[in-house]
Design a binder for this molecule. Structure first.
Ligand SMILES: [Zn+2]
Length: 222
């Protein structure tokens, strides 16, 4: 039997066991990111941002489109405001509930989950500090007209976002059934700005940022 099939069978067995600890295992080999300001930077459980990394040009999202004061890097902010404005014209209400979060905030958030429910749960529902995309200033959590980001996929806005976000440079970062690639559970509310060209490619090919980066690296080092 080839190595490929053995890996596939092991993966299926892992799924059948419904092993909750899989979300922690992605932290086994960590690389520190040396290009944190790149628009398509890959931040996940394997690629970590330095604790002192703060994006340079953070800009406040118009409070028409955000709950409270929320910040993104300027390019992402402008694009999101346009997205939200266009959505509104069509009768959809898309509001940011979380955007830039610094290292310390993420540290506290993660620790809160650990203290309340333990590491396995924390790793399933949150990111360890340095491993959250929110520290890049390129990610948002959104809510629709049902007013709860947790059930964003039950809102009419969800479908609109799914079909249109890429036109504004945003991708759904943690899709269903891609947990084994992203290392994160399905999060219908979490969108990531990667720039319009990249977002269109990711959308068209129905892939994740991890797969997109891998393909590019393969082409680069062929
Ligand atoms: Zn998020």
């Amino acid at each position: 039997m080839s190595k490929k099939y053995i890996i596939i069978i092991l993966f299926i067995l892992m799924l059948l066991r419904n092993d909750e600890t899989i979300f922690s295992k992605y932290y086994d080999h960590i690389t520190v990111i040396d290009n944190p300001a790149e628009i398509d930077v890959l931040v996940n459980k394997m690629y970590k941002l330095n604790s002192d990394y703060v994006p340079k040009n953070l800009s406040k999202i118009d409070t028409k489109y955000a709950y409270d004061d929320k910040y993104l890097i300027e390019e992402a902010k402008n694009s999101f405001e346009q997205l939200s404005k266009d959505a509104k014209i069509n009768g959809y209400n898309i509001i940011v509930v979380s955007a830039y979060r610094d290292y310390n905030y993420q540290d506290k958030l993660y620790q809160k989950y650990v203290n309340e429910k333990g590491i396995v749960y924390a790793d399933k529902c949150s990111a360890r500090p340095g491993h959250s995309e929110h520290q890049t200033g390129l990610s948002i959590d959104v809510m629709g007209s049902n007013n709860d980001y947790n059930i964003f996929d039950k809102s009419k806005e969800f479908k609109w976002m799914k079909d249109n976000a890429h036109k504004y440079g945003f991708i759904m970062r943690y899709p269903k059934n891609k947990e084994y690639i992203t290392g994160f559970k399905y999060e219908p509310w979490h969108y990531r700005y990667v720039g319009i060209n990249t977002a269109k490619k990711i959308y068209k090919n129905n892939i994740t940022l991890e797969e997109y980066k891998r393909r590019n690296w393969l082409i680069k080092y062929r």
